[in-house]
Design a protein around this ligand. Structure first.
Ligand code: GLA
Length: 385
């Protein structure tokens, strides 16, 4: 499969530059549960998918690097040792990686590359993290920088935080770089300890339904939520608690201090604290093969994101509400940052067709567009091909 996906960008590279390039890919991600917990030092449970960002790349002696964005039919040229102040939006992800490497004293030479991605943009599947991750991985290999996967993950996150300007957490890049087929990653975003949890789905599968929208609020509200969480941490600090992040606060402590916290901040904190608990419970249920309980946790996560954290939207709520009463649907929730993107639902294989038909019909009726659906297949993290 990846062979054919690489063939057109390889042909394009050879046509444009010649030589014998190397090939790398890095996947998008799903997240089973643990939303808006990563930047709060909490738990997440993502997995890599089989949709990837792919790059064909080689070092060059030329004075400038050239990167071709195959899907956009655009290219950008720059000197890797004197990064330009202005660049196309897509190139910022790549320059951000080079910049973050430079900050660590890792200087690269110029290179030529063609990249392409089959991860839908704006669907909450982390297409940008995959782009950063594949370039971090490829440049590390090409210029023998000897950075390990953990450092490459930090570099990819730093690219997004400092160069692109989105204050995202570490989950997306972590998954793109560390993923393993048929496994989810239980990651502690405070210590960065992680373990692989086998995804024995048996008679179930993971259905992603894309709302097809991304509301304007997505990035501004994301940063507001981060600030709100920091405010609660500050408050607990002032009350004498030794806390670094919401991860260190229990539900009991939150309840004890509820009169000292504004109702809004209480809701925000309650989401994060309860979501952390849900991740641990979800892993336990999954390992016991108890899909019914796991499914209930997905609904609980959705309601918490909708009511307490206020990052859902009509379209996402509609999708969850529509699938809930259907035969064979075990659980469903919004996935990723919110304000659009996908829902993730666990569905019995035998009921998939009927579920998809019902969802497509209902969504089309209400919003006038047919939603795109994907059956999430897991895949490996960043690698050479
Ligand atoms: C986005 C961010 C992640 C994470 C999720 C919400 O995908 O990039 O770091 O915060 O939102 O869980």
């Amino acid at each position: 499969m990846s062979e054919s996906l690489f063939s057109s960008i390889t042909a394009s590279f050879l046509d444009r530059f010649g030589g014998s390039p190397a090939r790398f890919q890095s996947p998008g991600r799903i997240n089973l549960i643990g939303e808006h917990t990563d930047y709060n030092g909490g738990f997440v449970l993502p997995a890599g998918i089989d949709l990837c960002c792919r790059v064909v790349i080689a070092p060059t002696q030329e004075a400038r690097s050239v990167v071709v964005a195959f899907d956009l039919n655009e290219e950008f040229s720059f000197d890797a040792n004197a990064l330009p102040a202005q660049c196309p939006t897509w190139a910022a992800y790549i320059l951000g990686v080079i910049h973050a490497m430079g900050k660590r004293g890792k200087i690269i030479g110029n290179f030529q590359a063609v990249f392409s991605s089959d991860i839908p943009i704006g669907a909450g599947l982390s297409s940008s993290a995959a782009l950063e991750s594949v370039f971090a991985f490829a440049l590390n290999d090409l210029f023998r920088l000897q950075l390990d996967r953990m450092e490459l993950t930090r570099i990819a996150q730093q690219a997004e935080n400092e160069y692109v300007g989105l204050q995202c957490g570490i989950m997306d890049m972590f998954a793109s770089i560390h993923a393993r087929k048929d496994q989810a990653i239980q990651l502690d975003c405070h210590t960065l300890d992680f373990r692989y949890v086998p995804l024995h789905m048996n008679d179930h599968l993971m259905l992603l339904v894309d709302t097809g929208i991304k509301h304007e609020l997505a990035s501004s509200e994301y940063n507001v939520r981060r600030q709100e969480c920091e405010e609660v941490v500050g408050l607990f600090h002032d009350l004498g608690y030794a806390v670094q992040s919401l991860r260190d606060i229990t539900m009991q402590q939150l309840e004890m201090q509820r009169d000292r916290i504004s109702p809004l901040l209480l809701k925000r904190a309650r989401h994060v604290v309860s979501e952390n608990e849900r991740v641990l419970e979800f892993v336990k249920s999954m390992q016991e093969g108890d899909w019914q309980s796991a499914g209930q946790l997905l609904y609980a996560s959705h309601y918490s994101l909708r009511d307490d954290y206020a990052v859902s939207c009509n379209e996402l709520d509609f999708l969850v509400k529509t699938v809930k009463p259907l035969n064979g649907v075990i659980g469903s929730r919004m996935m990723g940052g919110g304000f659009g993107g996908c829902t993730i639902s666990i569905v019995e294989k035998s009921c998939l067709e009927a579920v998809m038909e019902a969802v497509n019909f209902a969504y089309q009726e209400s919003f006038g567009i047919a939603p795109k659906s994907y059956i999430a297949q897991t895949g490996n993290g960043a690698c050479a091909i």
